[in-house]
Design a protein around this ligand. Sequence first.
Ligand SMILES: [Zn+2]
Length: 240
Amino acid sequence: MADSRYCEQCGTVFMPRREHARFCCVCCRDVWNREHLGDPMVESSALLWSITAMSEATARLSRAGIWDRRRAFAAIGEAVWWVTLVDATLVRHHPGAYDAVAAGQSPAQRQLIEGTLAGRRFVRNRLGGQAGLAEFIQAAALGPGAGNARIAGWMWKPVPLPVLVSLAPRSRAWEMGRYQAYQAHLAGRTIGRVFRRAATFLTLTAANAGSLADLANADANNGRRHPRIQLGPSRRLQPR
Ligand SMILES: [Zn+2]
């Protein structure tokens, strides 16, 4: 994809690996973050809070029954929202941890998790436009046995190729990639499986980013700020 751009920190031309990448490397990202963002402890605590909400929203799908369709779709919408928030926060602030956790997987697992997250971003983008969740979700029939059925057992539906002419050629290529990921990794799979996979990866990434460890340290020091450990290359490259 011929899509080079300028690093917002150092001005170097680079080839982005993500659609909204703004920096040529992790070090430029870190420098920019230090200069522009607020207290890292506040950021960590917001992330921890979002991870908890994401885990609760995804776990609810395995417990909630399917009788009330409106509530079932609301529960799915909430899970989509929390996963989106955590995913965006980690991609934006901890791309190094994101890549390290992905690199620690087998090639097949890595393809699966990256495809799952890309496919989920396709859903999020469509929901931001005209589409509703019902276009993506195959709800189970309310027949005998439905009393024990859970939302997590509903399926993602295959969807037709969206009309992308309104997008710039560059954005169209990224969106097409996300559409293909949706068809390959979400369509035909259960909702529970897809959310479980995404939530597990994002929780692992947050732990790898050191945010959760920083909070634990602060807690152990009676809330006193622990000296922030610089994320060096050796730490970044050790997937746990
Ligand atoms: Zn740079």
